[in-house]
Ligand binder design. Structure first.
Ligand SMILES: *Cc1c(COP(=O)(O)O)cnc(C)c1O
Length: 479
């Protein structure tokens, strides 16, 4: 039987592959580093300098801990890259992938076809998302999600006969991914400079970053309101008939965990409604429990028209992104002919199966609920108590299990370090050496641990962070 022959052939080719894998696991750190330097270009890196110092090689993980190739146990204060919400080593997700790979490893969702995992995932997302979100489009990443957002926004206005509505307003120091569309939407100048061309009709307003940018005696609420009102000024400058959408992260993640004051989002929403402009919440970090709500826009109390999802959707176990459409947008897309956009892997069955298993854990083990009522408040209080009146901590921002620590030369005067980026790197290196992963963005230190973290592990992160910040102050000669 040809079926048997194929099976035997498969087993035979599988054996050498397994022995290659065993050999790989026996390499020394030095060997890994040499091979990595010889063949691997890392994202967002200065490869010359990285290759001279050597990468940290992470070999395994469990719960909130990572192990490197020298067998150091490291506590992961960043949940990988803001994504491992259910923590490492969850068998339920591995089993879901294994089962799905055997049942149906791939089929596309183009050409009038669908499959059970993508159907079940869509129904589950509709259940978990706020009431008006009942339709989902799938992709493989947050960047692709925001590319998709642009397509949907333009298709939406075309269906409304408003063809001049083309501009999308975004924010400086926002992050929306690293495709050409994602990079253009984002407000990171260093990314813009590197691009040969950008997506047309995207403009930026200032960010609601009180500590870094508020002048004079404005309160945080007054400042946030003023920053929101820049949206109105920009709309009037471009003409409301030319503006399609505003996009923002409910709180800026990669930009430094910047939480706007409570006045910000209601004003943004009011302006979007007044001028008939779609409001897009990039929930790639904020989604799936980070703030203690399922979605960060619920934390801030506003209702977007579109939400971008990725990261925590699968807890990073496999890549997947999505866009959620508010009923009024979905209706226009559904009832007006072809929507000409799709990825080979839109709604990939393995990713969908993993997403379902992941979302069920977040729901059934009450992980999101615990972030809201228990571990989130504990983490926030612990950080604020620990760093109260610290000589180089200017503010702690955040909610639930995400936080930004502002490094400052004179916290009370809101005076930042002239060489803030270097100070951040010093602090980040002290964290690394203390076996804590805490990220630095300029002069802000970021924490975003797995949502399954317990109080003892929170204590460990905060005390390690304190040691690193103290060591940084000491190196700078500040006490
Ligand atoms: C990470 C991120 C993205 C990009 O997601 P990728 O999966 O890296 O493409 C988009 N938006 C936000 C807010 C993010 O944090």
């Amino acid at each position: 039987m040809s079926y048997r022959t194929e099976e035997v052939a498969y087993v035979q080719t599988a054996q050498p592959a397994a022995s290659v894998q065993a050999a790989q696991q026996q390499r020394s750190t030095a060997e890994y580093r040499a091979l990595d330097a010889a063949h691997h270009i890392h994202p967002f890196s200065d490869m010359g300098s990285l290759n001279r110092s050597g990468s940290r090689v992470i070999v395994k993980a469990q719960g909130v801990y990572l192990w490197d190739s020298d067998d150091n146990k490291i506590i992961d204060g960043m949940a990988g890259l803001w994504c491992v919400n259910v923590g490492y080593g969850r068998k339920e997700l591995a089993d879901a992938a294994y089962r799905q790979m055997q049942e149906l490893p791939f089929y596309n969702t183009f050409f009038k076809t669908t499959h059970p995992p993508v159907i079940e995932l869509s129904a589950l997302l509709a259940e978990l998302a706020p009431e008006p979100f009942n339709h989902f489009f799938y992709c493989n990443s947050g960047s692709e999600g925001n590319d998709t957002v642009l397509r949907i926004v333009h298709q939406y206005w075309a269906t409304q006969g408003k063809h001049s509505k083309k501009f999308v307003i975004s924010r400086k120091n926002g992050y929306h991914g690293s495709t050409i569309a994602g990079g253009t939407l984002g407000g990171m100048g260093y990314m813009h400079e590197q691009m040969p061309s950008k997506v047309e009709n995207i403009v930026h307003i200032d960010q609601p970053y009180f500590f870094g940018e508020a002048q004079g005696n404005l309160t945080p609420e007054e400042f946030a309101l003023a920053r929101a009102q820049q949206l109105e000024a920009k709309i009037l400058e471009i003409g409301a008939d030319n503006v399609a959408a505003f996009i923002g992260e409910p709180f800026q993640g990669a930009g430094g965990v910047i939480f706007p004051a409570s006045t910000y989002w209601p004003e943004i929403q009011r302006i979007c409604r007044k001028y008939d402009i779609l409001l897009v919440a990039d929930e790639v970090i904020g989604g799936f429990g980070r703030t203690g709500e399922w979605f960060a826009h619920q934390h801030f109390g506003f209702e977007p028209d579109l939400i971008t999802l990725a990261k925590g959707l699968t807890s990073g176990y496999v890549p997947m992104g999505a866009v959620g459409l508010h009923d009024r947008v979905a209706k226009a897309i559904i009832e007006n002919g072809d929507f000409n956009h799709g990825l080979t892997y839109s709604g990939h069955p393995v990713a969908a199966a993993v997403a379902i298993a992941n979302l069920k854990l977040l729901r059934d083990e009450k992980i999101v609920e615990r972030v809201k009522t228990d571990t989130g408040p504990y983490f926030q209080k612990k950080l604020r108590d620990t760093f109260a009146n610290h000589p180089i901590i200017g503010e702690i921002s955040g909610a639930g299990l995400v936080a930004g620590l502002q490094l400052a030369e004179d916290p009370k005067a809101r005076k930042r370090f002239a060489n803030g980026g270097e100070v951040g790197t010093i602090c980040r290196d002290f964290c690394f050496n203390g076996n804590l992963i805490m990220r630095a963005t300029g002069d802000r230190m970021l924490l975003s641990p797995p949502l399954v973290i317990n109080k003892l592990e929170i204590d460990e992160i905060v005390s390690k962070a304190k040691k690193a910040v103290d060591a940084t102050a000491q190196q700078l000669g500040i006490s």
